[in-house]
Design a protein around this ligand. Structure first.
Ligand SMILES: Cc1cc2nc3c(=O)[nH]c(=O)nc-3n(C[C@H](O)[C@H](O)[C@H](O)COP(=O)(O)OP(=O)(O)OC[C@H]3O[C@@H](n4cnc5c(N)ncnc54)[C@H](O)[C@@H]3O)c2cc1C
Length: 489
């Protein structure tokens, strides 16, 4: 039930949830089922956040493999996340499948087959200890052309609606309210230019997502610039700012999942690159290869762009150019548009529309291609000749690309300009195993909880499926604990 605050500009509930994506929905359902009167506020006119545009692959620890899962996540987090937080997540995530099925959906194991080159591995880091415990699931689409994230969102939203939980759309929280004891007692929000106040007798749960669309935070905290978001434009780090004002400690602000993509003036977010065949290389602004193109874990491919050059200000690998040959070009679309905000289904099956629009440049010779993308002709010639020689020799002694992906490039050539592209950020207020937000001394801020990618537990590397899995698992922890707070008098 979505509505506005009409009578007076003040409302009351037991538990206020700020941000209506996957974590907010899970927290709302759980708090409601625990007997709390819940209000959810969402800044955007449409709810769903990143959850709704995601690939909806979520992690479920198989029964009996909890210790392996904890070991795996600890190895990925490099000591930046408390073991107790990881253990609580693993325990809750082992019930993700059961919980989703209890809401009336079917689930299945998924392996994201849609990603081709660079290839996706499952789990993301198979050589790290405990990797076998990372098993991803999804809620399959029910209709032709339905995106899985949308299907998952329909399920969550339907469950919230069935419970008659009050939803305030177009309502952006700007400040958390506290009483003289320092307890969080509600929030102030902007609704269509009017200020509204929502009092929460038990607790507030922050589920405002990341900061993919806050340029200042990205410049400050992320390792490369510019970094284009592809998720919900509502994710501007508001929860971080609000929690910071109450003295929250921040963590994982530099951790980001992403790769690179094609920026256009047509789509609101960049298209990801995903070649259908191995006949491609990446070159930097000097026309040189700089990396093993197929060697990066898909969620961390952006790291290839973080190289600096002592002889040149800025980043020599921003932007880069993806160059493929005709065979790979013909094999299928060089971008798959299964997820992201507002980009679904807009890339042609044979890349012809994008060639006609000039998003893809073509050259019958290396010289012609170099001119099209303003790269040094001699450098590009040298790079592609060297690459072809390495392919013929069957060993990439320059960047150690695997033998089966080494394929000489034959004219004509096709190039796209590629920029860093964020899937999502992880940083935000630090939380404990009970999803309580901690202050700079490690003490819980009274009656303030958080869940989801706002202050996510992923502290260094990330395993695919870990974010949606966390949103719904920790969302339930936060909702349950928020509802269990003693009501203020
Ligand atoms: C294209 C894409 C694909 C992805 N695929 C996967 C995947 O397959 N598996 C996986 O695990 N993860 C995936 N992720 C990441 C994952 O979707 C998210 O990390 C997760 O869904 C976050 O859930 P959340 O509820 O924390 O945040 P969100 O779902 O982003 O919701 C946050 C909500 O808070 C709202 N909000 C923000 N500020 C305010 C405010 N001041 N007041 C009120 N509301 C506010 C936002 O508008 C938004 O609706 C993907 C992300 C993207 C973008």
């Amino acid at each position: 039930m979505a509505d506005s605050v009409r009578q007076n500009d003040e409302l009351e509930c037991d538990v206020l949830i700020v941000g209506y994506g996957g974590a907010g929905a899970a927290a709302a359902i759980t708090a409601h089922d625990a007997g709390a009167n819940v209000i959810v506020m969402e800044k955007m006119a449409e709810p769903g956040g990143n959850t709704r545009v995601s690939m909806c692959s979520w992690f479920n620890t198989p029964p009996g493999m909890e210790e392996q899962a904890i070991a795996h996540i600890e190895a990925l987090c490099l000591g930046r996340t408390d073991r107790s937080v990881i253990a609580a997540y693993v325990e809750a995530s082992s019930k993700n499948k059961e919980w989703i099925e209890s809401l009336g959906a079917t689930t299945k194991v998924t392996r994201l087959p849609m990603v081709r080159y660079p290839q996706v591995t499952h789990p993301s880091w198979p050589n790290f200890p405990g990797a076998d415990a990372m098993v991803n699931h999804t809620v399959p689409a029910e209709r032709d052309n339905e995106r899985v994230g949308e299907r998952f969102w329909r399920l969550l939203e339907g469950q919230v609606a069935q419970r008659n939980i009050r939803i305030l759309l177009g309502t952006a929280a700007s400040e958390l309210l506290t009483n003289s004891n320092g307890e969080v007692v509600g929030a102030v929000a902007d609704q269509n230019g009017r200020q509204v106040r929502i009092n929460a007798k038990r607790a507030v749960v922050l589920t405002t997502g990341g900061f993919e669309f806050n340029e200042e935070m990205k410049r400050e905290y992320l390792p490369v610039t510019p970094f284009y978001g592809i998720g919900s434009p509502g994710n501007t780090g508001d929860g971080i700012t609000m929690a910071q004002k109450l003295g929250a400690q921040l963590w994982h602000m530099d951790v980001v999942v992403g790769g690179f993509g094609i920026v256009t003036d047509e789509a609101p977010v960049p298209f990801g690159i995903s070649y259908a065949g191995p006949g491609f290389v990446y070159v930097n602004t000097h026309g040189q290869r700089f990396t093993n193109e197929t060697g990066w874990e898909i969620h961390f491919a952006w790291q290839a762009l973080s190289i600096v050059d002592p002889k040149q200000p800025g980043f020599p690998t921003i932007p880069i150019y993806g160059i493929c040959d005709h065979e790979t070009f013909q094999k299928g679309p060089i971008s798959l548009t299964g997820a992201g905000y507002g980009i679904g289904g807009k890339w042609s099956a044979d890349n012809s529309a994008e060639l006609a629009k000039g998003w893809i440049k073509r050259g019958d010779t290396i010289a012609e291609l170099a001119a099209q993308i303003s790269l040094d002709e001699a450098a590009l010639e040298q790079t592609l000749t060297r690459y072809n020689d390495l392919c013929t020799a069957g060993a990439d002694t320059d960047f150690h690309r695997s033998r089966e992906t080494l394929k000489p490039l034959k004219a004509p050539f096709y190039a796209v300009e590629l920029w860093p592209r964020i899937v999502n950020t992880m940083g935000g207020p630090r939380r404990d195993a009970e999803a309580r937000v901690l202050d700079t001394k490690g003490k819980p801020i009274a009656r303030l909880f958080s869940a989801g990618e706002l202050g996510s537990l992923w502290g260094h590397l990330y395993c695919g499926g870990g974010n949606v899995g966390e949103a719904i698992a920790v969302g339930r922890i936060a909702g349950e604990n928020a509802a269990a707070e003693r009501p203020r008098r």
